[in-house]
Write a protein that binds this ligand. Structure first.
Ligand code: PMT
Length: 401
């Protein structure tokens, strides 16, 4: 692990039983030479003390927005500009709710509202609070602002219940933030294009053929690429996901539109095709809505294969072309034949007959096959799609380096 000298971290500690974990996290950052300032909320003081934080962080602890001494030394705008990154840990359901509403009622929320830096939210709360629809909605809003989430994890809770909502361990928080800070150094000047989500193939103006792809895997790959310094374009079929505004998001609906958007975004250095493009479209879409009484037949024709087009392009073939294969049987055999037939450099196969992975899940399990078996196939075992994406991007970075 590289040291974090000259990296400035602003910790915001909120009131929760897990606040003690923030002390251990601060200790880890200090060990790696990061500079730390901390804001402690009124409620957090019920769990940890400013003295213990400043002893560990060897930095200033701010408590009150109306404290004249603080404002003279460093006002809340300057404090938010000072940091390279802001970590809210533990982030309670109440804090998450306040941040999603743009509240600025205390120093912590004011600094966040005024910030132009990456904000990491480390939730910690009871499982029912975590699962509540209002918390989910609030987090969706925060994600759409580009905030990143670390955890929570599943486990025994201080309240005696068991489930998801437990704050991530200090080491995990430390590793994720350190990775982010180290990646900031790399601006690669390398373009990446990702396709994601399903396509809709219209029968008439209101009915269409589609599939269960949620776009999650592709969005996570785009996110990981962007975080690792790639200039990222994401061409997405219809999904209800959001993505960092610095990623060039192009929304499409049909395979034809996805193809056109892909063509318009060539050349690119690397291309990853995770979209579940409908293989067929109607050869003649009905102009008007079909009436219930009407008898009709659907004639299908093949959609253009976007991956095939790009990987066989004479003048604009990307340096690295990665396809996906969603299979229900003969995983290796079918994936390898797609690798060859579609002229990919890698194909990433998921066995979508397995419960809980692939389409519309937060989790996946994949096997990566490499062209000509130059590298033996690799399995990335069952984990979150965000983690699978990180591991795929690790390999992409190694390849282009
Ligand atoms: O979106 P999620 O809910 O997160 O689910 C993720 C996923 C299961 C959709 C993803 O992991 C995945 O496997 N994507 C590919 C799905 C698929 O349609 O595979 P395929 O075997 O039909 O196609 C093979 C490859 O050709 C894919 O890279 C596909 O993007 C590409 N293709 C296919 C048809 C077409 N007309 N154009 C294409 O580019």
């Amino acid at each position: 692990m590289e040291d974090l000298a000259n990296k400035k971290i602003l910790f915001i500690i909120c009131g929760g039983i897990s606040a003690y974990k923030s002390l251990e996290t601060i200790r880890l950052f200090k060990k790696h030479k990061a500079e730390i300032k901390t804001i402690i909320t009124k409620n957090a003081k019920e769990f940890v003390t400013p003295l213990s934080i400043s002893s560990l962080s060897q930095g200033k602890v701010y408590e009150d927005i109306f404290n004249l001494e603080n404002e003279l030394e460093m006002d809340h705008i300057a404090l938010s500009r000072w940091a390279d990154v802001i970590i809210v840990a533990p982030a309670t359901a109440n804090t998450i709710s306040k941040l999603s509403n743009g509240s600025s009622e205390d120093l912590a929320s004011t600094v966040i509202l005024a910030s132009n830096k990456q904000i990491f939210i480390v939730p910690a709360m009871n499982v029912r609070m975590w699962e509540h629809q209002s918390t989910k909605n609030n987090l969706k809003i925060l994600k759409s602002y580009g905030y990143k989430l670390i955890g929570p994890v599943i486990g025994d809770m201080a309240c005696g219940e068991f489930g998801e909502g437990k704050m991530s361990d200090p080491l995990e928080i430390f590793l994720k933030i350190s990775n982010f800070l180290n990646q900031q150094k790399e601006k690669r000047g390398v373009r990446a294009l990702v396709t994601a989500g399903p396509t809709n193939e219209y029968i008439d103006p209101v009915r269409y053929i589609t599939n269960k792809s949620s776009g999650k895997q592709g969005y996570e790959i785009a996110r990981s690429l962007y975080n690792r310094g790639f200039d990222t374009t994401l061409i997405s079929g219809p999904t209800n996901l959001s993505i960092d505004k610095n990623i060039n998001l192009i929304k499409v609906e049909t395979a034809e539109e996805m193809f056109k958007a892909t063509q318009e975004n060539l050349p690119t250095d690397i291309a990853i095709f995770s979209a579940a493009v409908a293989d067929f479209k109607l050869n003649k879409k009905k102009k008007d809505k079909i009436k219930k009484e009407e008898m009709f037949t659907i004639n299908l024709e093949k959609n253009i294969d976007i991956l095939n087009y790009v990987s066989n392009h004479n003048s604009m073939r990307p340096k690295l072309v990665v396809g996906f294969a969603a299979e229900t049987k003969n995983l290796d055999k079918n994936a390898i034949s797609k690798l060859t037939n579609k002229n990919c450099d890698w194909i990433i196969a998921n066995d979508i007959s397995k419960k809980g992975i692939g389409f519309n899940s937060d989790y996946n399990e994949v096997i990566i096959h490499y062209k000509n078996n130059k590298i033996p196939k690799e399995k990335l075992s069952f984990k979150k799609k965000s983690e699978i994406s990180e591991e795929i991007v690790d390999r992409i970075v190694a390849q282009i380096n």
